[in-house]
Design a protein around this ligand. Structure first.
Ligand code: NAP
Length: 425
């Protein structure tokens, strides 16, 4: 049987796992690896020549599939574009690259008759991309909702299980190698935004520019919010959502949410990912598993390479793996036009009539209160937790700006959305 020759840029955490797994594949030959520096101790002994000369891989006519596991935007973009120009198929784990440059990359790949595989770029070891692309081909997907970042899920789980602060949980995640020393991309939701851009392209045919995705991270979540949410029957999760709202527009956002304890997404714990896909023929499916890590990610990459290598033997390879992705960027609905119930936690003066004034302001903005709990008074200050009925975001924003003008309000400690099974998922 003819063997397929493969090259790889990167031999770090993921690349080392890929090199090990590829050595078990008899139909594949890893011919060359490129890295940044040669004088670095490696986790595994490379099974082929290693150099810093990326052009040597890109220009090698024998290499049919290029695995990109170097990460980052540049020069990964230039390398991948150059490889596609030379008609090489790409397998990548690089969500930033795909999310930011998907339209250009897929347009060039289609022009050159090659394909780009990216199973490892979203939800690591969970076979989500191939399921959405092939398994759900006959289904019209209406939404994809999920816990797409293992680092933040670990931090929130730790805060709940050990009752510790955000800072303490982040420190533990960093000590375990689950969070980077600069955790910005994870904790501020950027990593999830990249993944939502990719999932939007798969589900609805258009990538979303990451900067226009509405984004709130988990830095402001307190141990008190987590404890109160639990008392009220919820668990706080960082949730990413992409859904089609009308013919031309998507609603795409990432923010913390109170998820009902009985919902399967509430059970996705520690550094796992969980994704719920809804569609006309399937109602909903949920997939849970490791969202990152060396071997789960390497498994996804090698799965892509093996699939690609098998498909290359088909007479009509191009149509078998073509993705229906346009080169347009998706249009989004305004964030204010979306409605959901809210959880508010206010720090207020302990004075008569305060609860009534809060109720009046919320009512004037068409917000109905589902429940309201006043907790302990210290230094004439009380904490008031409110659950609302469903409310339009823009109405909540105007209620908040009115509350901020009130002399009784010390601080709006939290304002979190509540997950509704029927429309968020
Ligand atoms: N780690 C995970 O769990 C995980 C999960 C899902 C997706 N991913 C994605 O997988 C990709 C790789 O992640 P990683 O954790 O394996 O990163 P990593 O450990 O930092 O490895 C990066 C590798 O790329 C090489 N490299 C960097 N810049 C290069 C350049 N300009 N030219 C040639 N080689 C270069 C590095 O070379 P040196 O070794 O010489 O420095 C290193 O071998 C990223 O896109 C990441 O987002 C990772």
């Amino acid at each position: 049987m003819a063997r397929i020759v493969v090259g790889m840029i990167g031999l770090g955490t993921v690349g080392s796992g890929v090199a090990q797994l590829l050595s078990q594949q008899r139909q594949l030959v890893l011919k060359k690896i490129a890295v940044r520096t040669l004088d670095k101790p490696r986790i595994v002994a490379a099974p082929c020549p290693v150099s810093t000369n990326v052009a040597d891989l890109i220009d090698d006519p024998e290499i049919e599939i290029l695995i990109e596991v170097m990460g980052g935007e540049h020069p990964a973009l230039e390398y991948v574009l150059a490889a596609i120009e030379r008609r090489k198929h790409i397998v990548t784990a690089n969500k930033e690259l795909i999310a930011k440059h998907g339209p250009a990359l897929f347009a060039l790949a289609s022009e050159k008759g090659v394909t780009i595989f990216f199973e490892a770029a979203v939800a690591g070891g969970v076979p989500l991309i191939s399921t959405m692309h092939k398994g759900l081909e006959a289904t019209k997907i209406s939404s994809v909702t999920g816990i797409l970042n293992g680092t933040t899920n670990f931090i929130l789980s730790k805060m709940e299980d050990a009752g510790v602060s955000y800072e303490a949980a982040l420190k533990e995640a960093q000590a375990l190698g689950l969070a980077e020393s600069d955790p910005t991309n994870d904790v501020d939701g950027l990593d999830v935004a990249y993944k939502l851009s990719i999932l939007s392209a798969l589900a609805f045919g258009e990538f979303v520019r990451p900067p226009v995705i509405y984004r709130e991270g988990i830095r402001k979540i307190s141990a008190l919010d987590i404890a109160q949410a639990k008392q009220m029957g919820y668990r706080i999760k960082l949730v990413g959502i992409t859904r089609k709202v009308n013919k031309n527009q998507l609603d795409v956002r990432v923010h913390p949410m109170l998820v009902p304890l009985g919902h399967p997404l509430a059970a996705v714990s520690k550094h796992q990912n969980g994704v719920l896909v809804r569609g006309d023929l399937i109602e909903e499916i949920i997939m849970v598993g490791p969202g990152a890590g060396q071997m789960p990610t390497a498994s996804a990459i090698v799965g892509d390479v093996v699939n690609l290598a098998s498909a290359l033997k088909l007479p009509d390879f191009a149509s078998y793996f073509s993705l229906e992705i346009t080169s347009n960027w998706a249009e989004l609905v305004e964030a204010g036009q979306y409605s959901c119930p809210y959880y508010l936690r206010l720090s207020v003066s302990d004075a008569p009539g305060v609860i009534g004034r809060i109720g009046t302001i919320l009512g004037a903005n068409k917000i109905s209160i589902d429940s309201i709990i006043q907790k302990g008074v210290t230094n004439n200050q009380a904490s008031v937790a409110i659950l609302t009925e469903e409310v339009l975001n823009s109405n909540m924003d105007s209620a908040v700006s009115e509350l901020l003008k009130c002399d009784f309000l010390k601080e709006i400690e939290s304002k979190l959305r509540i997950f509704r099974t029927e429309s968020d998922a």
